[in-house]
Ligand binder design. Structure first.
Ligand code: P6P
Length: 336
């Protein structure tokens, strides 16, 4: 008889005591993300069938066309987090500034802030390629009961208390860490429950998959160009393969399971890189490190970067430890 896999709810209860500051609020916060993920998953999965494709007519602070599903996902996560009355503030890729929650309630004892990319890879929506949600959770640093401040969000990645992603792929998975390893849960859409399908996920120390948009090759720093050539020309010893979906969550997830590296370096078109530090790079870096992987900008550990603004971008190199260290070696030797 096959043993019943543990549900996400059971896992949270069982591990409640191991959460730092185990007040139960973090568990409720993860639970609210679980609910929002199921709601968004439902829409993503039927996107091709209803008029929810295409742009919403607006652009976000990034100047990118907001896809209707972007807007929908953003609304659902904000609604769910707000209604559960757990957080004091939310920052989102789709919102120009952070959102203050319940500041008028002096009894508001909520001590967490959430930063979120509600639907990463949204340019893939219309072509039916996987997309994802990325979230990052911190304890506030300003006094509880007062309105949340920008400094509550501009914390180094090393201060995160939890981080995770949802990948809306051939199956929908929620993968997250609270600082005690990385666990993956797969949604059974028939009953709407997430089951522990990938316990204690680890990046292989080495791998042969490199994920980068080689269309930007001429734009890359010399160290990155040298690493890409190393992957291609050392093929005799270790045949590398290039895999780039154009959806960070999907490339990261595959690389964590098979071994590999994801790179989005800076270039003339993206002088600081393209990916956002606070709600893309830091949460993925936290997960990577918790899974024995590594993450940096080619020089500095991603989670050590001191944030200066909500939507700041950084160069991002993340994945199997030995592969990231090889890139850093090339960057030290050849630099920009
Ligand atoms: P490009 C999606 O917009 C995203 O933020 C990541 O998910 C993805 O890896 C990257 O940008 C794709 O960017 O410039 O290669 O299309």
């Amino acid at each position: 008889m096959t043993t019943q896999k543990q549900t996400l709810g059971e896992f949270i209860i069982e591990n409640q005591s191991s959460f730092r500051y185990s007040s139960g609020e973090l568990s409720r916060l993860i639970n609210s993300i679980r609910l929002a993920a199921k709601v968004v998953n439902h829409e993503v999965n039927k996107a091709g069938l209803v008029d929810i494709l295409g742009t919403a007519g607006d652009t976000n602070i990034q100047g990118e066309d907001q896809q209707k599903l972007d807007v929908y996902a953003n609304e659902k996560f904000i609604q769910t987090l707000t209604k559960r009355n757990i957080v004091c503030g939310i920052a989102s890729e789709e919102e120009d500034s952070f959102i203050t929650i319940n500041s008028q309630d002096e009894n508001n004892q909520n001590k967490y802030v959430v930063l979120i990319d509600p639907l990463d890879g949204s340019s893939n929506i219309d072509v039916n390629v996987s997309v994802g949600t990325i979230f990052s959770i911190y304890r506030r640093i300003t006094p509880v009961g007062t309105p949340v401040q920008l400094e509550d969000f501009l914390q180094k990645g090393s201060e995160q208390v939890a981080a995770g992603y949802v990948v809306y792929g051939t199956s929908t998975m929620l993968v997250y860490t609270t600082g005690y390893g990385v666990n993956g849960f797969t949604l059974n859409p028939a009953i709407g429950s997430f089951y522990l399908s990938h316990p204690n996920m680890k990046f292989p120390e080495d791998g042969n998959i490199y994920s980068v948009n080689e269309g930007n090759y001429l734009d890359f720093p010399l160290g990155i160009k040298k690493y890409i050539k190393y992957c291609q020309e050392e093929a005799g010893e270790r045949p590398y393969t290039s895999r780039y979906i154009g959806s960070l969550v999907s490339d990261f997830h595959r690389n964590m399971i098979k071994g590999g590296i994801y790179m989005y370096p800076k270039g003339s078109r993206n002088p600081n890189g393209k990916l956002r530090l606070l709600y893309e790079c830091n949460p993925m870096a936290f997960i990577a490190e918790q899974a024995n992987g590594k993450s940096s900008d080619g020089y500095t550990r991603t989670m050590d970067v001191e944030p200066t603004e909500l939507h700041q971008r950084v160069s991002f190199v993340c994945g199997s430890k030995n592969m990231v260290e090889k890139v850093e070696e090339f960057m030290r030797e050849f630099g920009e």
